[in-house]
Design a protein around this ligand. Sequence first.
Ligand code: FUL
Length: 506
Amino acid sequence: MLTLNSRLLTLLFLTLGLSVQAQKKPADANFVLIPPGTSEADIVRNAATLRPSARQLRWQQLEVTGFFHFGVNTFTDREWGDGTEDPKIFNPTQLDARQWVRAAKEGGIRQVILTAKHHDGFCLWPSKYTGHSVKNSPWKGGKGDVVREVADACREQGIGFGVYLSPWDRNSKLYGTDAYNDYFVNQLTELLTQYGKVDEVWFDGANGEGPNGKKQVYDFDRWYELIRKLQPEATIAVMGPDVRWVGTESGYGRETEWSVVPANHMQPEGIAERSQKDLAFKPQGDMMGDDLGSREKIRTAKALVWYPAETDVSIRPGWFYHSKEDNQVKTPEKLLDIYFSSVGRNGVLLLNVPPDRRGLIHEADVAALKGWKRLIDDTFRTNLAKGASVRHDSGRGAAGLPDGGPSHWTTNGTETTGTIELALKGSQTFDVLALQEDIASGQRVEKFVLEYWANDAWKKAAEGTTIGYKRLLRFNPVTTDRIRLRIESARLNPVLTALGIYRLAK
Ligand code: FUL
């Protein structure tokens, strides 16, 4: 709870940040300023035509990403270190980053983020700028570098690599002074220049200093600029402009999740200095509410931005490894439920799997990851709509939709409602619906319903609100040879790229 509260407070009390470029939306912009007096219809249209940046799109398509929380806390059995740890306690006996990455991959994780520095300030790489690091530990005689081992293992095994660098630093003497921003920039530079490609940089909002603690004004603008310069394809999460914290650490995102949200702190002033693509802003305001992007919320927006949700959760109760939690690793079934409620709710899942004191992903976690992946694969292996014929298409392009591959169904003109009716290949029993919007054109669907034909009538199987990149719904099994999907409401003509029905694996 402390974590949630402190992050929320940090978000709420951040000063206004902005670096936008133009009042008009450039063709590939992921933001737009809304001039005063803009009609509601135009605001809605603006929201419906915003698109993710290339780096946001790549990140969204990963679907499942991972966290490795590892550091002095692993050895002190704590969640938050205080920075007074003796580096000598860091001594994994069998550290094998390849095993971490293999375990992650076996769970379907396609990019991992390593806690290069957590709040204790201890660096998993031999930073030139502090002694509080692996170089003063007995591990590999002080010659080791966990960041390098993980980065190399990711590259070798073909998954993305990201770094978590905690702004809050309880060890650095500089924390609370201007010089800390230089220290941070130096450390970021090391991480972004010495290890090859970095795909995500994760800045945490947590800060537990309390009212009488040290106060540090973070120079986010400078950090963002540095990342854009050194690793232009990296997404900056969650105290950053590309990826939004979903608002909970439970793994369960919102049923209604809009990737376009108001960004009222963006102002036209100061627009000129930066390139339009390098939009960088600090997140601000409530990230935890039930509704961040509905028509109600965007009606009064001064600016809108594509700012998609990342759903972070740990496979264990804690973020760091604690042996007492070996029997509390989430089961494959629980992880599947989380998958449906994160990836299946227009989010990217960020699942933490903490290496243990040996420097290995524990057997219990490895087994859970494998079991989870099997459930996902078994569920989604066969789309039972495949081979269906289109009985009715109130728009155009439904024919290829159930068969996967590149297909785009949309309505005629800018119609915001539409129906696709499919005659399945024989009678099928299913209890899962998967839908995808073509988010490269924007997010539009507000309400949909899946119906099936039984006893000479259409009956409701499932209904939902937003789709976005992906929407997964589970329902009581139905058996039928005819289904129809009705889009009941959208912000602009909906564009769907996938429609699947499946049987949930056991
Ligand atoms: C929080 C931190 O305080 C936790 O230790 C963990 O790193 C989590 C992902 O974010 O804010």
